[in-house]
Design a protein around this ligand. Structure first.
Ligand code: HEC
Length: 116
């Protein structure tokens, strides 16, 4: 049996519901902005995050761990990160425990995919 984190790492992200993901994004919005006016705030802005390199926005000061992670945020990587940020990027600065509910993670990834 695969652990969910391993399943996510191996590319089996379930299809999510972007509308539900928008609601779930309230958990992120205290630190992250999306949309036309988004800019780096407490956390980096997340427009176009699906497919973006980690640590790549110009107006945000990332931790060395994030900048040097070498990650490209595929849907699988994002899902794994949202489940357990400190496992995917050890020593990163995001003060967030991670989300246990796979469905909510899938919804968030689906929502973020719509934010370009
Ligand atoms: C308490 C504030 C906080 C919350 C809540 C939070 N984040 Fe973050 N996030 C950060 C910070 C700070 C960073 C930068 C980390 C670093 O540089 O090490 C970050 C980084 C990220 C990155 C990497 C961005 C990049 O440009 O590489 C992603 C993706 C991300 N967060 C997604 C989310 C999502 C989705 C949520 C909601 C489920 C969330 N975060 C909740 C503060 C937060």
């Amino acid at each position: 049996m695969l652990l969910p984190a391993m399943a996510a790492a191996q590319g089996t992200v379930q299809p999510g519901d972007a509308a539900a993901g928008k609601v779930a994004f309230k958990r992120c919005a205290s630190c992250h902005q999306v949309g036309p006016a988004a800019r780096g705030a407490f956390g980096p802005q997340l427009n176009g995050i699906v497919g973006r390199k980690a640590g790549a926005t110009a107006d945000y000061r990332y931790s060395p761990a994030m900048k040097q992670s070498g990650i490209v945020w595929t849907e699988q990587k994002l899902a794994a990160f949202l489940k357990s940020p400190s496992e995917v990027v050890p020593d990163n600065q995001m003060r967030f425990w991670g989300i246990g509910d796979e469905r909510q993670i899938a919804n968030l990834v689906a929502y973020l995919r719509t934010q370009r």
